[in-house]
Design a protein around this ligand. Structure first.
Ligand SMILES: [Zn+2]
Length: 174
């Protein structure tokens, strides 16, 4: 049985809906989106970013081959969500499942034709979720040179969160 109060469920659904809209209308280089949901022992983290972040500044002039396949390989090389976010050790969070996906940016903006977003979704099981006092996205800022800001939204048990992080302020106190 889930005990999430109904108001939180609504908040959560509307924040996902907003994320979808934002996704459709603006794919902004340098801006990433994270969604974090803690429900008892289960922690879900989604992380979305423009695929330009996957190509490490080598100007791919030689774009023969399957671009989508190459992007998928680079994305899957990020095997764990811990490459993006770090959690307090004593929360004892273990990654149960990680999925990777690529989506084509849709919308009316012709400049963004052919651009894609990458999404990493992880489900973690935390043995001591009360120790989740801090989430640090420093690994993401270290990994992606072009990353400027991360908008984090979510629900930690009873608390809704909405924060913008930068490299100089990359962690979230809960
Ligand atoms: Zn783009």
């Amino acid at each position: 049985m889930r005990h999430t109060p109904i108001t939180l469920v609504i908040t959560l659904i509307s924040s996902f809906a907003l994320a979808e809209q934002r996704h459709a209308s603006s794919h902004v280089h340098g801006l990433n989106h994270a969604t974090v949901v803690l429900d008892r022992n289960s922690l879900q983290i989604s992380y979305e970013f423009p695929t330009e972040q996957l190509s490490e500044h080598e100007h791919d002039e030689h774009k023969h081959g399957d671009e989508r396949h190459e992007l998928a390989q680079k994305l899957e090389a990020i095997e764990s969500v811990f490459a993006i976010v770090s959690l307090p050790e004593n929360a004892q969070c273990k990654e149960i499942e990680v999925t990777h996906s690529l989506t084509q940016v849709v919308g009316s903006d012709i400049k963004l034709e052919g651009h894609r977003d990458a999404l990493i979704q992880a489900i973690l099981e935390c043995r001591a979720p009360e120790n989740l006092t801090n989430l640090s996205f420093e690994p993401a800022f270290e990994r992606f040179d072009d990353l400027e800001k991360i908008e984090v939204e979510g629900v930690m048990e009873t608390e809704a969160l909405s924060v913008t992080l930068t490299s100089s302020s990359s962690s979230l106190e809960l």
